[in-house]
Design a protein around this ligand. Structure first.
Ligand SMILES: [Zn+2]
Ligand SMILES: [Zn+2]
Length: 390
């Protein structure tokens, strides 16, 4: 079939993206789902900093690539071997497929699936290869001419969700309650899974423990919500943007510190009586991670889910690590077990205890996606969602 998708061909385009248009919206050929694969009609797809990091070159990926990895939609067709989903089911995409067999999967850590990570690195689906391509020489050529060499399009994290349709591995999907609106459901696949999971899974925050979150994008604000839902106290949110600090305060019992203040570290230490039990770095910068380390108390844990450029390194004071029994932890997709965690977080959302809808700051059509990435890069948006038809 043919579908419209947002394709990235070169990285490092000049800003504003509204003019340079790094993502071109093209009509491409989408193969039918192969074994253990599913055709999904995308209904909503969120814009995430991880997409931006591919566009600006911070996260090198094979090109051309169809971007988008935080999405919800409806099952339209099933490949051979998919017996636990039905046409019409509502699903959320998870941006690392888990094979179920490798060592991390066997240990109950599917976010670290080795074949899943390898497929993502190659821009392929878990089952191998790619399902998006352009026959002929022009994107405007809608004839499926098998005689002309095809341009193969890579998949972004097994999803490629900035598109009307996507073929993905069954292992990239979690079925959800159809009562959940798609725009909100999409956020559960990345921002919520990553941000809430860092708090409840990676860190295991308990009621009454102190939490600091640095960087209030979609993931960071989801961590704030996760900390509140966990009963953490105090919860301190740190960012450079007064708008985001104000949004954080509106989510509940949250105190805020502007990272630009010269005494930001002292303010956080005062609010947390000398340092927090858990500090989460969600800004994706080594400087923020260094601040997170300094804001952590003796015996405390510094968690990072930020993804700085690949050569970034942190200098850690080893004596402090040892003599203060500190822990520094990485958190990938919130140390998630998606089929367990997404329904849990959805249940908390429906009880009003995890209001992730507050993270949504706008909707756009697929054709307006480049301008929406400008707003994300400028820190003006938390989560903008591309919506597709009703
Ligand atoms: Zn993401
Ligand atoms: Zn695996």
């Amino acid at each position: 079939m043919m579908t419209r998708a947002a394709i990235l061909r070169t990285v490092g385009a000049a800003r504003p993206y509204a003019d340079s248009r790094p993502l071109s919206i093209e009509t491409v050929t989408l193969d039918p789902p192969g074994r253990d694969e599913v055709l999904v009609a995308i209904k909503a797809a969120g814009l995430c900093h991880s997409d931006l990091s591919v566009i600006n070159g911070d996260r090198p990926r094979p090109l051309p690539m169809a971007l988008g990895h935080e999405a919800a939609g409806v099952v339209e067709a099933l490949g051979d071997g998919v017996t636990d989903l039905a046409i019409g089911d509502h699903v959320v995409m998870v941006f690392i497929p888990s094979c179920g067999h490798c060592n991390p999967c066997a240990e109950g850590r599917p976010a670290l699936c080795e074949p899943g990570a390898a497929a993502n690195g190659k821009g392929e689906l878990l089952g191998g290869g790619r399902r998006l391509h352009i026959h002929g020489h022009s994107a405007m050529d809608t004839m499926d001419r098998a005689d002309i060499p095809a341009e193969i399009i890579h998949h972004h994290l097994g999803c490629s969700a900035f598109a009307e349709h996507a073929v993905v591995s069954r292992r990239s999907l979690v079925k959800i309650d159809p009562a959940l609106p798609f725009e909100q459901a999409a956020l559960f696949g990345c921002a919520v899974l990553t941000g809430v999971g860092a708090v409840v899974n990676t860190a295991g925050v308990r009621a009454g423990q102190s939490v600091v979150v640095i960087g209030l994008g979609g993931v960071g604000l989801a961590s704030v919500l996760g900390a509140l839902a966990s009963g953490a106290s105090p919860v301190v949110a740190v960012d450079l943007s007064e708008d985001k600090l104000s949004l954080a305060r509106s989510l509940g019992a949250v105190q805020t510190v502007n990272a630009a203040d010269v005494d930001a570290l002292e303010q956080v230490r005062a609010l947390t009586h000398g340092g927090a039990d858990y500090v989460f770095e969600m800004a994706g910068s080594v400087r923020a991670l260094d601040s997170a380390w300094r804001m952590t108390r003796r015996g405390g844990t510094t968690v990072t889910a930020g993804l700085p450029p690949p050569d970034a390194a942190l200098a850690v004071n080893v004596v402090s690590l040892v003599a203060e029994e500190r822990t520094l932890k990485g958190s990938y997709i919130g140390t998630c077990v998606p089929a367990r965690d997404i329904p849990r977080y959805v249940a908390l959302f429906r009880e009003g205890r995890l209001p992730v809808d507050r993270l949504m700051t706008g909707r756009v059509a697929l054709d307006d996606i480049n301008a929406a990435f400008d707003r994300l890069a400028d820190g003006q948006a938390v989560r903008t969602v591309v919506t597709f038809g009703a």
